[in-house]
Design a binder for this molecule. Structure first.
Ligand code: MUC
Ligand code: MG
Length: 366
């Protein structure tokens, strides 16, 4: 089976509530749906969420890099030739979200061709994943209300709190308030998206430790080399690399040089193939991993679910799978369902997502 066509379809769906965090804000899902068609007519899909403030990619750049550079070099290659496909794409540096969408759409084609779910092809470890919800910047009382509503409506008891503002007291108050309001059993962890300096992050440590925060993601820029390493040494909380570690090489470099002690894996950057390499690397080194969220739609979330539920190591901490709930609509015909704090894997061929063509026609940008 060969790759016969690759389409890039830009679309825009608004959020009911924008997600705000230290490095940016998302009010509209202005993503690219990537569609790969094989020589015998199988169609695979993936979602590419541009995150300019994190990786420098935009809706327009994702479309151009795929249409101008990747497509011409990939059409005619076999869908199983993953090493060749990545060799071709890696002639262009960066663009990990565009590369990830190509990889996931091809995996969707592989699963549909074989009549198997990607979840089972990747390892098939668990039939469900525990869900964690990401809480953006807001007033402390509103953040607590959102967390309580998520627990009440979906049974979610794991929350990632966005921090990294100045003055930091506001963020720290949220952590303390959430712990008091949700009780000891809730898993609370934070992500500063590089908003603080290493010194500011160090000053936040005692409060975070007292609030029982389980992990501290991108406290400061990883390029703040010495300060970050000092922080890692001082912290009793694992320091998680996210945007500093999109590739296996960066994972190795940050872990071995003491820039972080745990890794957030995101299928949206680099796809299943890259995520598998990073997971294997982390397992080999005995490093904690978690499934992160690239502020994904249901299409992206289904990919994170398929990957995360396939492996034991990625089921150990709740996965960030719920932020699609903040969108006004989605493109899927078979919506995901969060019940008792978990999402079940659907054992459909491919990634498990069916696209609603009428919604795509409505939301696509022409
Ligand atoms: C996260 O974990 O950082 C915010 C920016 C981005 O690229 O992903 C999100 C969530
Ligand atoms: Mg993060």
């Amino acid at each position: 089976m060969k790759i016969a066509a690759i389409e890039t379809i830009p679309y825009a769906i608004g959020y009911q509530k924008p997600l705000k965090f230290a490095s940016g804000e998302v009010a509209v899902a202005d993503h690219v749906l990537v569609k790969v068609t094989t020589s015998d007519g199988v169609v695979g899909y993936a979602d590419a969420p541009p995150r300019p403030y994190t990786y420098g990619e935009t809706q327009a750049s994702i479309i151009s890099v795929i249409n101008e550079l990747f497509s011409p070099a990939l059409i005619g290659r076999g869908i199983l030739d993953s090493e060749q496909i990545f060799q071709v794409m890696n002639r262009t540096i960066g663009n990990d979200v565009a590369k990830g969408a190509i990889d996931i759409a091809i995996w969707d084609c592989i699963g549909k061709t074989l009549g198997q779910s990607v979840h089972s092809l990747l390892g098939g470890y668990s039939q469900s994943l525990e869900v964690s919800h990401m809480l953006g910047f807001d007033d402390p009382a509103k953040v607590l209300d959102e967390a309580l509503a998520m627990r009440e409506n979906y049974g979610i008891s794991s929350f990632k709190i966005k921090v990294g503002r100045r003055p930091r007291e506001l963020d720290l108050e949220i952590c303390t308030k959430l712990r008091a309001g949700l009780g000891q059993e809730a898993d609370l962890y934070v992500d500063a998206n590089r908003g603080w300096s290493a010194t500011e992050a160090m000053a936040a440590l005692p409060i975070l430790e007292a609030a029982g925060i389980s992990t501290f993601e991108e406290p400061c820029d990883a390029k703040e080399y010495l300060g970050r390493r000092e922080l890692v040494k001082k912290s009793s909380i694992p320091i998680v690399g996210d945007e500093s570690v999109p590739t296996p090489g960066q994972v190795t470099s940050e872990l071995l040089s003491g820039g972080c002690t745990a890794i957030s894996i995101k299928t949206a950057r680099g796809g299943f193939s890259n995520a598998t390499k990073i997971l294997n690397l982390c397992q080999g080194m005995g490093v904690q991993v978690m499934i992160g969220n690239q502020i994904d739609t249901q299409i992206g979330t289904a990919a994170s679910l398929a990957f995360g539920a396939s492996h034991l190591a990625t089921t150990r901490k709740a996965a960030e799978l719920s932020n699609y709930l903040d969108l006004k609509d989605d493109l899927v015909a078979n919506p995901l369902e969060i019940k008792n704090g978990h999402i079940e894997v659907r054992n459909l061929p491919g990634v498990g997502v069916e696209i609603d063509q009428s919604k795509l026609d409505f939301y696509r940008i022409r």
